[in-house]
Design a protein around this ligand. Sequence first.
Ligand SMILES: [Zn+2]
Length: 251
Amino acid sequence: MEAEILLTNCLYSSDRKKFQSVERMAKQFCTTYVGGFRQVKDHIFEVIRNYARINMLELDVIRFPSEDTHLWGCFFSASDHDFLFINTNNSLEKQNFAAAHELYHVLMNEKRYAKKVFSDVIRENGEIIDEDVEASAFASLLLVPTKALEDCLDILLGEEIITSNTIQSLNKFFMVPEKCLTMRLYEIGRIDRVALLSLLSTLPKRQATSPAEVTVDTGSLLKNMQYAKDLDLLNDEDFAADEAFLQSLKS
Ligand SMILES: [Zn+2]
């Protein structure tokens, strides 16, 4: 049932034209800002920083653990300054997806020039606005581009029949939630509707990377960052960037 709803609500099913235009946008963004990374994965944070720098945007990416793991991330904009928050208490796969999803709102916000009014929260089972459906399609297409997915299937895995094991193997290359990867396989025509629904219902209810058991105590941001890093929920580059940001706040 949940799988049916997911399928009905995704942009690929609800508005194919819009899906294609979001795919073109993701490709264009990739060419301009992704640079040499083979797969975006958790480089997404660096990609967002590059985007902000090149466009001289005031944008802070805040990674912080929140106990509310249904909250993946949010974006808000005030007085010409954008803030993108990612909950590091979720798996790295969810963090990557949330960051790419919020990035779409940043891009749309730039287009709107209505910077003072927009805020967004990405929540599981939350209220869905149209732009959210597009943002999730954008995130999937940026993190799992069609060509890269096809290459992975044909060259690296060489598997014809797609099972939940295939999805787990693929995920090492893309680092996104398994639902997202399964949907992409359907969108590129590698699995049909029946296989999609069956795969979605059999996906293990687990997080590929365990979340950190973090108690948030205000004033120890660095400790929580270190904790997330120790659990591989934060990579070295991002840790260094966050640390530098914290230092700049202190001084
Ligand atoms: Zn959103």
